[in-house]
Design a protein around this ligand. Structure first.
Ligand code: FES
Length: 151
């Protein structure tokens, strides 16, 4: 990732063990697009119409960490203090994936529980549960997300 701004909220990062509990959903077309490793351009837009931030991800990274490292406000209000720190429990790290959904890892069990509960709309992801970038990313890949989507 080319942009790295430390923020207190990004101090707690999910462990790989947390993300390894994922359950595949359907068949990913991403494996068929596999080419050599490339960076992913990530555009982060606030739902309140604020200015977008763009960064680049060069290695597989947790989307929540990518967003927080840019200084973008992933959380609103008290969620800044009360979120679960990326453990997949609170559901406050939602993003609406506008472009590049196939660049993200499969939904985890934590996300599927939120879908079942009706708290995860079509196209939304829990950013702490998504990996972006890495060797599966095709050349010129672009991901665009809206943070704090309107519920
Ligand atoms: S930060 Fe709590 S579910 Fe993602």
């Amino acid at each position: 990732m080319s942009l790295s701004i430390a923020s207190p909220a990004s101090a707690v990062r999910p462990s790989i063990a947390c993300l390894s509990r994922r359950r595949p959903v359907g068949r990913s077309s991403r494996s068929q697009m596999r080419v050599e490793a490339a960076s992913v351009k990530v555009t982060i837009t606030p739902s309140d119409g604020g200015e977008s931030i763009t960064t680049t991800v060069d290695t597989a990274s947790v989307l929540r960490t990518v967003i927080l490292d840019t200084g973008a406000q992933l959380y609103g209000g008290m969620d800044r203090l009360m979120n679960c720190g990326g453990m997949g429990n609170c559901g406050t790290c939602l993003v609406d994936v506008v472009e590049g959904a196939d660049l993200l890892s499969e939904q985890t069990e934590a996300e599927l529980r939120k879908v079942k509960a009706g708290k995860l709309k079509e196209g939304w992801r829990m950013s702490c549960q998504c990996l972006v970038g890495g060797d599966a990313a095709p050349e010129g890949a672009e991901l665009s997300v809206v943070v704090r989507p309107k519920k």
